[in-house]
Write a protein that binds this ligand. Structure first.
Ligand code: ZN
Length: 347
């Protein structure tokens, strides 16, 4: 089969579309014929260095993906051959204390596809059956694939961590990013009032068209002052952010007393001033979050189906144009997910 592999670390020169052994399905696994995947920031990280993530080269890239079931155990009762499915990218042990209490995203043995083991940018993928979920109706394969990292991450941040309520207001930084855009879509469908930021007016216009209540250009405006103006001096209940250091101070100053900040990334730096006095006097909560567990994945998919949420796809590239797709992601010009069509190469 054809797959996109990293052969080393560096730029696109270490990313190759090459012939690989088709995976042999093990008992308890599902073999999926892949149709589409999307790119995530971590794909660039794995290409560039992969530092701190145990992996072996060459490794197939890609975390999320969707396709059709090709082969299952004879006694499989949930999934059927030919069914349209998407993949939860965290393969976990099922036995550690975190798995036992149902939060497998904290598993001590966690292996993420495309990080610790072969990923989804391939024509076939074989994963444990519990990692395979039915696609919500009404979505294309690439849209379903897009749910597998960004929407589940945003869901855990909003629902499990922030425990956001429909009457609350959320501030979401960097709406051009995949998790931020997913958070905006989910929060709006929950009835939350949403303020988004970006340095790009064009992206803010797109966000407004998709339902954002208010936008702030973070390049030309002081975000916390703009938030106070929009909330009659009160501040927001919840901040969703993955930018880190560059926005930390504005994020903290934008929170109402007792507000919650949920972070899932630190692209601009991970050592912002703690501002402890503000945290205890105003009784703020700082919550870390990464991806989401199987139960959250199930709930997120049901929510997406019920509210007919359509993940935004910026552009879908054929597998053999993966370099262009990676460049598009790195350019930060995209709005929505950069997709990869995995069907349009010969085996
Ligand atoms: Zn475990």
């Amino acid at each position: 089969m054809k797959a996109v592999v990293i052969t080393g670390h560096g730029g696109n020169e270490v990313v190759e579309v090459r012939s690989c052994e088709r995976p042999v399905r093990q008992p308890g696994e599902v073999l999926v014929r892949m149709t589409a995947a999307t790119l995530n920031q971590v794909d660039l990280y794995m290409r560039n260095s992969g530092a701190g993530i145990t992996h072996q080269l060459p490794q197939i890239m890609g975390l999320d993906g969707a396709g059709t079931v090709e082969e299952v155990d004879a006694d499989e009762r949930v999934l059927a051959v030919g069914q349209r499915v998407l993949i939860h990218p965290a393969v976990t042990c099922g036995r550690c204390e975190f798995c036992q209490r149902g939060d497998n995203v904290l598993c001590t043995q966690i292996q993420l596809l495309g990080e610790h083991r072969h990923g989804t940018f391939a024509q076939w993928v074989s994963v444990p059956a519990r990692n395979v979920f039915a696609m919500p109706a009404g979505l294309s394969f690439v849209q379903a694939a897009a749910l597998g990292v960004n929407h589940i991450t945003a869901w855990r941040m909003l629902v499990t961590k922030a425990q956001i309520k429909p009457w609350e207001t959320a501030l979401i930084f960097g709406v051009g990013g995949g998790v931020s855009l997913a958070a905006m879509q989910l929060a709006k469908a929950m009835g939350v009032r949403v303020i988004v930021t970006s340095r790009d007016d064009h992206k803010l216009e797109r966000a407004l068209a998709l339902g954002a209540d208010h936008t702030i250009n973070s390049q030309t405006h002081d975000v916390s002052k703009a938030v106070m103006a929009l909330t009659d001096g009160r501040g927001v209940d919840v901040v969703i952010e993955n930018v880190g250091q560059a926005v930390w101070s504005a994020a903290m100053k934008s929170l109402v007393r007792g507000g919650r900040l949920v972070t899932c990334g630190a692209t601009s730096g991970d050592q912002p001033p703690a501002d402890l006095r503000r945290i205890f006097i105003r009784q703020l909560q700082i919550l870390g979050s990464t991806h989401g567990n199987f139960a959250e994945f199930h709930d997120m998919l049901a929510f997406v189906a019920q509210h007919r949420i359509q993940p935004v796809i910026d552009h879908e590239y054929p597998m053999d144009q993966v370099h262009a797709a990676l460049d598009r992601l790195a350019s930060q010009q995209q709005f929505g997910k950069v997709g990869l069509n995995l069907t349009c190469v010969s085996e």
